[in-house]
Design a protein around this ligand. Sequence first.
Ligand code: ADP
Length: 474
Amino acid sequence: MKIKRFRSLAFKLTVWYIVILGAIVILAGLFLHQGFKEGLMNDLDEALVTITDEAHEKWWRSRGVTWEEAIEKAEERYASYEPFIQVVEISEGDNKKVEKVIRSERIPEGVFMLETRTYIRADRSDIDSYIFRTIEEDRLSSYPLRVFLFPVRGPLILQVGVSLEATVADLNRLLIYMILTGLIIMLLASVGGSIIINRALHPVKSVVKTAEDITAEDLSLRIDSKNRKDEIGALVETFNNMIARLEKSIKKIRQFSGDVSHELRTPLTIIRGEIEVLLRKDRPKEEYLKTLNSVLEESHRMEKLIDDLLFLSRVEAMDRSKGTEIVDLDVVLNAVIKFRSSPASNKKISIDAKNIKSVRLKGNRELLERMTANILDNAIRYSNPGDHIEIELEKDKNMARLQIRDSGIGIPEKSLPLIFDRFYVVDPSRSTETGGAGLGLSIVKWIAEYHNAEITVDSKVDHGTNFIVTFPLD
Ligand code: ADP
């Protein structure tokens, strides 16, 4: 699947990253700007106090000069600030108003004046609360003015102001630097972030690519996790494991269908061969009968095989939660034994089934019947005349144990782990003779698993075989 760029995880993560980083940069910028502004204002306020001190303390009080002179001297000394200085006198008594203003030559009349009540407040102010003001608009300067009011004595208030031009310029410069730095940070971070995110997500792309390349024909492909121990590594490993399981099951299915075709072909080839030989010339009646009997045997084999295959495909599709009932296992077992008593005695094999306890369990009657029949049929088929079979069904508090023991030909040790596999036969010539295709025990195993039962087998060549099925009882 082709993912549109703006829908991709990498794109979304990058956008989120930029948005969050942008918010952090803006917030940090705001704090920085505010802090810087406060610092500048404090410096300016200190300068205003120093200029005031110069005019008041140094000149007017210590040297006893006139206010006009004191103002001029202070302006001269702090010319770099271009200060505006004036002395405002307010009347005494109840109805206070501005009586007189002694102003610097730099200040035209009618400007640089504050409201009367501000002067009155400054007059009253004690040392802790000197009045500083920022006048946004005044005809003195096209920039705001920072003003300090100092109560000299009685009705006299010394007013010093400085234009904020330099401060505003500094702040504007800072703002430009901050915006530029912010943009550079954002640019670098988004390029870097996008590279990192794309690199982190690269294995996902290779997962997608490999998954697209994998087909039922070629499941051998694996993704290289490059030994990553993170979430992506875990994803890659899970994916690889899944493909490995898939590969295994597909291999099994292929093997199975190959085996099925082979097993069906063999009896058909035999049937055709025998009929062809028979038809070549006229033959005595006995030969026809012999061939017909052999054909009948082969068709029985095919029928059994097809029957087993149908059974397997039917039960494998079965829903395990359904079809459970209360089954009397002893009743099922006795019926199966009864049905097999005559073929066994025909073969001179005795069956001893005395120790059969009554066992009730939840399960599927038809399947349990098939399981016991398959094990017992094998015991009869793989025993010789004179051998005997013992069947036991015991019961404990929470489990029941079924044992079918024969004194027959036994199973070689190396074959024991394989006998439950589909189409596995120990001795093909003997199985052909007895009509088996190696499906019987795989069906038994499947039925045992269906009932959560455990199946084990003990066997010794020429001594016999013991199949033990242990059912849990709840
Ligand atoms: P088959 O149809 O060939 O009997 P099964 O799946 O029933 O296939 O059994 C697999 C193989 O296990 C058989 O080929 C047989 O050799 C061996 N086997 C099963 N049961 C017994 C037994 N009771 N005694 C000896 N061999 C057995």
